[in-house]
Design a protein around this ligand. Structure first.
Ligand SMILES: NC(=O)c1ccc[n+]([C@@H]2O[C@H](COP(=O)([O-])OP(=O)(O)OC[C@H]3O[C@@H](n4cnc5c(N)ncnc54)[C@H](O)[C@@H]3O)[C@@H](O)[C@H]2O)c1
Length: 269
């Protein structure tokens, strides 16, 4: 086992949608832990900005659209040519839908979000598994959501995709464990990223998020450590697992939601 500074040394990790938010934070963490990272995204300008922020010779960008099987083929050919291996794939790219009651969810949103959040991961797993099998192992981390562990109102399409990832993750974990390929999912709660700033007006700071017992939203860096743990050999016996990184949100009902602010404070301090 390595130390945190070197436990990903020699490993090549691909992070989809890695030019912002959780993906970018995970890329920074891969670099801190000694790995090489390829962040992918549709926009090369945003890729250049991400590389400037990561500021490392071990960081690379590849233009890539997760919804296209051809784009996956090109990406993995590029990575093979440049790095000769893929040890980790983080299926992070995702979209959220505009909050809508179930019966008003549009077909357009349904099809578009499924194409990215669920089919995109399916295509990526199908593309990378043969490469990892050939190499004798690897780690796939699927970024689901707390909304894939519980039902959250007004998220029908998003929920379907994030619950769907659990099925893909578990089936692949069962089929691939004997090949040395581990497949796990991470379930962030509410995280301060461009996605939630745009869709939910999330703000950073203490006390701003009562549904999570810790009482605040997460920073993207607080999700990154769970991702790099799963990529590393520290997680050599972890496959088919679902790791909630949600400030206790899906553990049950937060005391403030159950009792109200006043009674919760009186009883629990
Ligand atoms: N922020 C949260 O509160 C939260 C909570 C739970 C789960 N998540 C999940 O975390 C992941 C990252 O989200 P984030 O919050 O960092 O938001 P984000 O918007 O910063 O990151 C998502 C990235 O995916 C990229 N992307 C979208 N469609 C793509 C495509 N077709 N091909 C390639 N890239 C594409 C976007 O351009 C963006 O860079 C998503 O899967 C999201 O569903 C986020």
């Amino acid at each position: 086992m390595g130390t945190l500074e070197n436990r990903l040394q020699g490993k090549v990790v691909v992070i989809t949608g890695g030019t912002s938010g959780i993906g970018l934070a995970a890329a920074a963490r891969v670099l801190e832990e000694g790995g090489t990272v390829v962040v992918t995204g549709r926009d090369s300008g945003r890729g250049a900005d991400a590389l400037a922020e990561l500021d490392s010779g071990r960081a690379h960008f590849a233009q890539h659209d997760v919804t296209s099987r051809e784009s996956w083929r090109v990406l993995l050919d590029q990575v093979a040519e440049r790095h000769g291996r893929v040890d980790g794939l983080v299926n992070n790219a995702g979209r959220s839908a505009t909050a809508a009651p179930f019966e008003q969810e549009s077909q357009e949103a349904w099809e578009g979000i499924l194409a990215t959040n669920l089919s995109g991961v399916f295509h990526g797993m199908q593309a990378v598994i043969p490469v990892m099998r050939e190499a004798g192992g690897g780690s796939i981390v699927n970024v689901s959501s707390a909304g894939g562990l519980v039902g959250l109102p007004l998220t029908a399409t998003y929920a379907a995709t994030k619950w769907g990832l659990r099925g893909l993750t578990r089936v692949a974990a069962l089929e691939l464990a004997h090949r040395g390929i581990r497949v796990n999912s991470v379930h962030p709660g509410m995280v301060y990223t461009p996605m939630t700033v745009e869709s939910a007006g999330v703000v950073e700071g203490e006390g701003n998020y009562p549904p999570a017992p810790v009482g605040r939203v997460a920073g993207a860096g607080e999700i990154a450590g769970a991702i790099t743990y799963l990529l590393s050999d520290d997680a050599s016996y972890t496959t088919g697992a679902e790791i909630a990184v949600d400030g206790g949100w899906t553990a049950g009902i937060s005391p403030r939601a159950l009792l109200g602010d006043e009674l919760a404070a009186a009883l629990l301090g």
